[in-house]
Design a protein around this ligand. Structure first.
Ligand code: BGC
Length: 800
């Protein structure tokens, strides 16, 4: 990797699907994998995929004798196709030439993907191909590419083709291939004017329509050729063809500008109409590139984390910010979409929205909070569905789905395939009720970072109150102990979904779930002192919350049960965790490496991961990740548990030895919780998290979509854990302890409507405030509170 780019200088077919995911270009509205222009979905090496933010469709499949409905992120028509051939011969394709030289570069600063291939065909003719591509960050509907071929040692007649290909299905994830995959039907295709062709498709169930219009222009030796294309049409496919004379040494260039509009867009009349009208207004590739670069520059001005003293960290963090901003950007606002766990970069997890927001929003809150607000509105708009889900399960309030898609119903799959055994098994991970707490946590922390009182009063508070009500009705009083319990749920660790040898699903009293429920209830009660009395009363009436409800909330927030391992201060992951068997880590790690999917491995061996003290990911440790020790201890104190800060390292050590890191989120949490107590181990975990996607440490999963939670989580670790950033009592606290491996950090933060610049080294920290302020801000550094006013700059000695 270079400072601002990923460069591949060898053509390695078996790495191609991974590279396609990592070289995806997107703008928060659409995204297209970094597939080659001449490739179709074929031979497990190439998978062009174009995805629309929130572009879902449902299909029913028959699997293992059952009818199953899944909602998928749809693979839309491929706008990339361009290729050439010598008249009458086979079309150029990377797989049928000898590659003499290869370079592909993803330039993150400018948001471009470029490829150079020097190749020889079976007749000894050598040629050079150069391509450049953008998915415009300036105009969300625009994607454009430039394709240039130079004959090196030959001249002759060639044919060029450029197409829009709607004959696509969803086949990007091997383990879903037995399921129904034909999401699109073609409505229309043809020629719009001399230079432009179009294709209109629609999803078969959700009826989302997309129009793509492409303009193609050919340039010979740098000049517009004036040659107009012939059009070839097939059902679902439209192609422009050019016949040209290629001359040795003279480049032959094609520019393809594509506009994509859908029936979900705002400020439009009809997708095809808008696409056609606007394509005539588009400038050439160079012009589109220039405006696109400027849009990226504006984003980088605000979002770059400069860690120039560790170049490797610097460039990987940039990759992570880059993909985050390609998934959600200013263009996401008003689209009514959530942030998908795997980006819009592939079909893994069907583009669904999970709790991964918890790892993603902190970065957005402190840089582009308008995006968090929009993503929280995605949840708010699905409150009614969450209320119905709670009601249908016998509870009150709002119960959000573990996996969410179009309308907020539960989208978790009912059964899933273990590729290791070939068996279809029930998937009970939907019992992760803690997702609702993540929504509440995100609301509160967005408010803390922005002080957006309008959002809190009119949307956030309603979410918090309804989620608190859910927890207060799922919690049951155990008359023997006098404590409240939450039964039949699953915690963040997805390896444990039931007790071994039990017929029932779910576990009792997952500590993380119970503590978060208490936190949500506390915050909901606290709202009374934060928002206007009249609004609070209004909400109580709207949500049918009675004084009795509030009294019960109060009681639960003092008497929730939290399990501990017998005779220790170790928080038990759930009731009965003590009874599980210890796992033979050494043998399995030696065989399968550090990060492993033990659930799949053990099931394929006829065993069951539920039997063991073996977690997929951080579960109890999530508590130390989300809360400062002060905040956590105060929750335990209120619950009347004698939990001391000295016990935290023992808890970390206990679970560290029993975690397989089968989720990329896990390393983030472990790096975070060790950041102050064991800096070396924290850094080792951070480095693993950093490499999750770039090196595909889960062995093949990144090709199906990036892991956005881990990507954003690494950036947030640098931004908050290593700077000791915390918002408490209306003060922005900073207490930087930079890792030895990364002794400098410069970044900008957005805090409560103000931009501030931090320049940190191991010795000092300079805080500079931008102008344009409405009021003072309090910043706490190493225990002292300072007031900052417009234009202030202060320097602090932070040597330890
Ligand atoms: C993890 C979940 C996560 C999901 C989506 C799963 O493998 O266990 O915690 O939400 O992936 O990233």
């Amino acid at each position: 990797m270079a400072d601002w780019s990923i460069i591949y200088d060898k053509w390695v077919p078996k790495e191609q699907t991974l590279r396609e995911a990592l070289c995806t270009l997107g703008n928060g509205y659409i995204a297209t994998r970094g597939a080659f222009e001449e490739a179709r979905a074929e031979t497990d090496i190439y998978y062009p995929g174009t995805y629309l933010a929130g572009g879902y469709n449902r299909l029913t499949s028959e699997v293992a004798g059952k009818e199953i409905e899944n909602e998928d992120l749809v693979n839309w028509p491929n706008w990339l196709p361009v290729s050439f051939r010598q008249s009458g011969e086979e079309w150029f394709h990377m797989s049928n030439v000898e590659v003499l030289d290869f370079k592909q570069e993803l330039d993150m600063k400018h948001g471009t993907l470029c490829r150079t291939v020097y190749f020889r065909d079976s007749k000894g003719r050598e040629s050079k191909l150069n391509t450049r591509r953008i998915v415009s960050m300036a105009n969300p509907h625009l994607a454009a590419l430039e394709w240039q071929m130079t004959p090196i040692n030959w001249s002759g007649e060639v044919e060029l083709r450029a197409a829009l290909d709607g004959r696509v299905i969803n086949s990007g994830v091997a383990r879903y291939r037995a399921l129904a995959s034909q999401h699109l039907e073609t409505l229309d295709q043809g020629q719009y004017d001399e230079e432009c062709m179009y294709l209109v498709v629609q999803t078969v169930q959700s009826k989302t329509r997309m129009a793509q219009v492409a303009r193609t222009r050919v340039y010979l030796n740098g000049d517009a050729s004036g040659i107009m294309p012939q059009t070839r049409i097939e059902q679902g496919y439209v192609e422009h063809q050019f016949k040209l004379q290629a001359t040795e040494g003279q480049p032959l260039r094609l520019e393809k500008s594509v506009l994509l509009y859908t029936s979900r867009d705002w400020a439009t009349s009809e997708p095809l109409l808008d696409a056609c009208v606007n394509i005539t207004r588009q400038g050439n590739f160079e012009k589109a590139l220039e405006v696109h670069k400027r849009a990226w520059q504006r984003l980088w001005n605000r979002c770059d984390l400069d860690t120039a003293c560790n170049k490797k960290v610097q460039s990987v963090l940039r990759l992570h910010v880059f993909h985050l901003l390609q998934t959600v950007s200013g263009h996401t606002v008003d689209l009514d979409v959530g942030v998908p766990a795997r980006g819009w970069h592939g079909e893994a997890y069907r583009g669904h929205i999970f709790w991964d927001e918890l790892f993603i929003f902190p970065f957005l809150n402190l840089h582009l909070p308008a995006i968090t607000r929009e993503l929280l509105m995605y949840r708010y708009r699905r409150l009614n569905e969450a209320r119905s889900a709670a009601k249908e399960s016998g509870y009150k309030g709002a119960m959000f789905p573990w996996q969410s898609g179009s309308n907020g119903r539960e989208e978790s799959q009912v059964i899933h395939l273990n590729p290791q055994s070939g068996r279809w098994l029930p998937d009970n991970t939907y019992l992760q009720r803690h997702i609702s707490s993540a929504v509440a946590y995100n609301v509160w922390n967005y408010y803390q970072a922005t002080e957006d009182m309008d959002f809190l009063s009119y949307h956030g508070a309603e979410l918090l109150l309804d989620i608190a009500q859910f927890w207060s009705t799922i919690a049951t009083l155990n008359k023997d102990t006098g404590r409240y319990e939450i039964l039949h749920v699953v915690g963040p660790d997805e390896y444990h979904t039931e007790y071994p040898d039990s017929d029932e699903i779910g576990l009792n009293n997952n500590a993380y779930t119970n503590v978060l429920a208490v936190w949500v209830i506390q915050k909901a009660l606290q709202l009374k002192d934060v928002i206007d009395d009249s609004r609070f009363e209004e909400l109580l009436t709207k949500l049918h919350l009675t004084p009795d409800d509030l009294t019960r909330w109060e009681e639960i927030s003092r008497r929730m049960y939290v399990p501990f391992l017998e005779d220790t201060k170790i928080i038990a992951q759930f009731d009965g965790y003590d009874q599980l068997q210890e796992f033979d880590w050494d043998t399995y790690k030696a065989k399968h490496g550090e990060a492993m999917r033990l659930d799949r491995i053990l099931e394929s061996e006829g065993d069951n991961v539920n039997k063991y003290k073996a977690s997929k990911q951080a579960d109890v440790l999530m508590l130390f990740y989300l809360f400062s020790s002060e905040e956590l201890l105060s929750i335990f104190k209120q619950l009347d548990y004698d939990f001391k800060p000295e016990s935290i390292p023992d808890n970390i050590a206990y679970y560290e030895q029993r975690t397989s890191h089968g989720s990329t989120l896990s390393k983030i949490v472990h790096a975070w919780v060790l950041a102050r107590s064991d800096r070396k181990r924290s850094w080792a975990n951070f480095e693993m998290a950093l490499m999750s996607d770039l090196e595909d440490i889960q062995g093949g999963t990144t090709a199906e979509g990036i892991h956005l939670g881990a990507m954003a989580g690494t950036v947030d670790l640098v931004q908050r854990a290593y700077t000791g950033l915390e918002i408490r009592d209306d003060v922005l606290w900073l207490n930087p302890v930079l890792p030895d491996e990364m002794p400098c950090l410069n970044l900008q933060l957005r805090y409560r409507g103000h931009w501030l610049q931090l320049n940190i080294t191991t010795r000092k920290m300079i805080i500079t405030f931008d102008k344009g302020w409405s009021k003072e801000v309090k910043i706490g550094v190493q225990g002292e509170i300072y007031t900052f006013r417009t234009g202030d700059q202060k320097e602090f000695d932070i040597q330890r």
